[in-house]
Design a protein around this ligand. Sequence first.
Ligand code: NI
Ligand code: MN
Length: 230
Amino acid sequence: MSKVKLTWLGHSCFEIRSGKSIIIDPFIDENPAATVSASELEPDIIAVTHGHSDHLGDTVSIAKRTGCTVVCIHEISQYLKSKGIQTIGMNIGGNVKIDDFSFTMTDALHSSSIDESDWSFDGGKAAGFVITCDDISIYHAGDTGVFKDMELISELYHPDVALVPIGGRYTMDARDAAVAVKMLQVKIAIPMHYNTFKQIAQDPIYFRDCVKSLSGAEVLLMDINESINL
Ligand code: NI
Ligand code: MN
């Protein structure tokens, strides 16, 4: 067993801990399903998949307080830099290594904007990440519809674990996400981005059944704030 601990903080927000703490998509204080507060989080690195408020979330306040680095696509990096935040900008297909962690940015079939009350800022392209540390490779799909190049993600990066949205409406639903898991050829699939709001109500048991009929992946249904050792 590796030393990697994965915790679900709700919606698409996960912490990967292996010595240092990586938090992906820290949508916390406005997240009706979250049980922690953004002010309690002490990440070393935040990774943001795209600009929508349920993903960019509390990135600005957490990064300002902790001084952590934010890994994200170039356009969001420019936006965060203008707020005095330390960023590492990248783009689809690129890789950066920070300490013992490797971040590869993958495509996602989705949009991206940074929306404030009276204006909207171009968030560039929506993305996902393959994050590797301690010989464990975790694919966080971000928000996405299913797409055939998930086979390429499997071929290039061999993820062990896939974190996939199943809520439908804004992303793939349970059935499509099961097809994604099959293409990704992962050992473990964990659903996210469901039941946070009524628009993305979904039965994760149905997702588990769909995966079972299509691939040998094990589906782990995590509770919010639950941690697993990978
Ligand atoms: Ni989105
Ligand atoms: Mn979303």
